[in-house]
Design a protein around this ligand. Structure first.
Ligand code: NAP
Length: 314
């Protein structure tokens, strides 16, 4: 295992908008900064087809493009970056130890920005049919369903926005929602309701996904009547798409017992302080009401500046 000798001022775990913002602010404050990301930068936002509400955005910019600009900005301010999956942390001492699969990293402060990942429906057949009809990313998979029928599960901002995006490709998009009213912002709802390709299946949940190697049918239950019905792929198509947007699960397992949490989200005050000295949290992983790129970026900035203050005060 590689052991990096360097004692960083700040170690940031997670390279989504919160972590990237923290890395930019920490680098700009001339703190020695290490940004650790397990995979690709950007977190959930890279699977978003269009960001229309990030301040200063010109519209029609994808999540991936916004992230490219953020990473370039982090590079400009000189943070070190490493790709590694964190498997354990020791946050109690003055020197915090962050253990990855590839190496062990040491920092005087730590900013946790590990975000969240898509929540599955959790029904039989779902896992087996991922990438065989079941998807959690419209930007990634919409083009596979050009002229096919697709179903979107969920009723929040993600579900409705991605349904609008999918309607550019699919022949028909049906939103399956467990209630009879969408949760999505009114402006997003208006766009969906105005789209003739989008239909709705209210008060309904998907209880089973079926197919041998490819999705061919699904069982949907009406939660009011308990009636179930099986929906089959059009004979000519042979399959259809099910895009799942039913919220997110926080990536907090590695921090269990290390920082205070509630329902697997990390508790922090308005200055991003956790209950552990020198450990901060930013973005979707913390308890908060509004999970947006702009709030993640704001959290990251606050966390980095708080880390700087902590280091100055000794
Ligand atoms: P969300 O707001 O948590 O919505 C999840 C949706 O899935 C809800 O409609 C919920 O139904 C439904 N749901 C949850 N569990 C389910 C289950 N087991 N079976 C069926 N349906 C289920 O998640 P999100 O839409 O991914 O958004 C997450 C956060 O990102 C939100 O804060 C959102 O505002 C933000 N976001 C913002 C934008 C934007 O501003 N452009 C875009 C995307 C996301 P109920 O409504 O009945 O609870």
């Amino acid at each position: 295992m590689i052991v990096l000798d360097k004692l960083y001022d700040v170690i940031i775990i997670g390279g989504g908008p919160a972590g990237l913002s923290a890395a930019m602010y920490a680098g700009r404050a001339r703190l020695s900064t290490l940004l650790i990301e397990k995979d690709a930068y950007g977190g959930q936002i890279v699977i978003t087809s269009e960001i229309e509400n990030y301040p200063g955005g010109m519209g029609h910019e994808s999540g991936a493009d916004l992230i490219k600009r953020m990473v370039a900005q982090v590079d400009r301010f000189g943070a070190d970056k490493v790709t590694d999956t964190i498997i354990d942390v020791d946050l109690e001492s003055d020197t915090k130890i962050v253990k990855g699969q590839k190496g062990e990293y040491r920092g005087k402060t730590v900013i946790i920005a590990t975000g969240a990942q898509p929540r599955p429906i959790g029904c039989p057949g779902e896992r087996e049919l991922i990438s065989k009809g079941v998807s959690y990313c419209a930007t990634c998979d919409a083009n596979f369903f050009e002229d096919f029928e697709v179903f979107v599960v969920g009723g929040g901002d993600s579900a409705v926005e991605e349904a609008i995006y999918l309607a550019k490709f699919a022949r028909k998009v049906t939103i399956i929602h467990r209630r009879d009213a969408l949760r999505a912002a009114k402006s997003i709802q208006e766009r969906a309701f105005a789209n003739p390709k989008i239909d709705y299946m209210w008060d309904s949940v998907v209880v089973e996904l079926k197919g041998d190697g490819i999705l061919t049918s699904m069982v949907v239950q009406n939660v009011k009547t308990n009636e179930t019905r099986e929906i089959f792929a059009d004979e000519e198509d042979g399959t259809f798409g099910v895009f799942v947007f039913v919220g997110f699960l926080p990536n907090s397992k590695v921090f269990e017992g290390k920082v205070a949490m509630q329902d697997n989200y990390i508790i922090a005050d308005e200055n991003m302080h956790t209950n552990v000295h020198g450990v901060y949290v930013a973005g979707d992983i913390r308890i908060k009401k509004l999970r947006q790129v702009v709030t993640a970026a704001a959290d990251g900035a606050i966390a980095a500046i708080e880390a700087e203050k902590f280091l100055e005060e000794g």
